[in-house]
Ligand binder design. Structure first.
Ligand code: BTN
Length: 325
């Protein structure tokens, strides 16, 4: 923790420089101890300049997420009360489900730099190279099970809003919860739940965001349909700041969901890029084509088929058919 304190002081220095003596005095340890912490930070990828008469100055930070840094200035009420960070896991969702079963508190966040068995929707895999965000959040909402699909929509609203706020990009939602930038996928969400017949035990909301990865790490067919935030803004994106914004939005939207879920649905409709378009839906029980008319109170897509009948679809993959309404 001392090392994190040194980092905090270096970051908050107005001139950029902090003398070894000042660091030691603020922390209550010797200049040798300060020097050791500086060396540890350097090994972790921080570049720290040492100028004899001025002291130390942080010149660059590594692109790794540090749980302590995410927590700094995070004013959330529920989300991120507990943050666990791993270099590599099989799947943050699997780990979070396991932790939830063992009693992890509402709002526990699990982050990994890479996943070896990342899970996507409809039984697919989620390719998880370094440079992106892989986050799972444990939620314990006291709501009926029928409301659980709205949690996924709530997550999509939070992620799209977070990307808009942090990167200034016009992120949109494709039903149910793909986040798109100019028609290409930049983020996906996977919700898993443990429930009793009449009660949700816990839900894990898993979020994968393509941030700074080298897209060549993706399979060509996935690569064609996806993008990264860095590609959209044409420079690397600060993942720690982005994560903090996403957790803040999630906290806000989770509260709104608990108080009045109609607000979530209204925001989802506002951000969606599906409704009003002719779409093909596959991957669920049957392949369907029709006009995406709306979303019902349980988050199902309402399709108007060509024979005029209305169908509610609970799961599937949507392809938006451009120019055909
Ligand atoms: C999708 O198919 O669009 C959903 C992708 C969800 C990926 C995230 S990454 C963090 C969390 N852990 C997983 O194994 N999956 C989710």
């Amino acid at each position: 923790m001392k090392k994190d304190d040194v980092l905090r002081l270096l970051r908050s220095s107005r001139s950029g420089y902090v003398s070894g003596a000042a660091l030691g005095a603020a922390m209550g340890f010797s200049r040798t101890a300060v020097w050791k912490h500086i060396k540890t930070l350097e090994r972790e990828g921080y570049a720290i300049e040492a100028v004899p008469s001025k002291g130390y100055r942080l010149t660059s930070s590594p692109d790794v997420i540090i749980a302590g840094e995410v927590k700094q200035g995070l004013g959330t009420k529920i989300i991120g009360k507990e943050i666990l960070h791993y270099a590599e896991v099989a799947s943050t969702n699997t780990l979070a489900m396991d932790l939830a079963r063992k009693g992890a508190v509402d709002g526990t966040v699990v982050i990994a730099e890479t996943q070896t068995g990342g899970k996507g929707r409809l039984g697919r895999t989620w390719s998880s190279p370094a440079g992106n965000l892989y986050v799972s959040v444990v939620l314990r909402p006291a709501v009926p099970i029928s409301k659980s699909p709205l949690i996924t929509l709530m997550g999509a609203v939070a992620v799209a809003s977070g990307i808009r706020r942090q990167c200034g990009l016009p992120a949109g939602i494709k039903w149910p919860n793909d986040i798109l930038l100019s028609g290409k996928k930049v983020s996906g969400l996977l919700t898993e739940m443990s429930a009793e017949p009449d009660r949700i035990r816990h839900i894990v909301l898993g979020i994968g965001v393509n941030v700074n990865m080298d897209s060549r790490a993706l399979q060509p067919e996935v690569r064609r349909m996806s993008t990264t935030l860095a590609a959209a803004v044409e420079k690397p994106v600060d993942r720690t700041a982005l994560l903090r914004t996403l957790l803040t939005e999630l906290d806000l939207w989770y509260h709104r969901f608990l108080q009045n879920d109609a607000e979530v649905l209204a925001a989802w409709k506002e951000l969606n890029v599906t409704l009003g378009h002719r779409v093909a839906v596959s991957g669920g029980s049957a392949k369907l084509e029709g006009l995406a008319r709306g979303v019902d109170a349980e988050g199902r897509l309402i399709l108007k088929l060509d024979d005029g009948t209305l169908r509610q679809v609970a799961a599937g993959d949507v392809t938006i058919m451009k120019g055909k309404t």
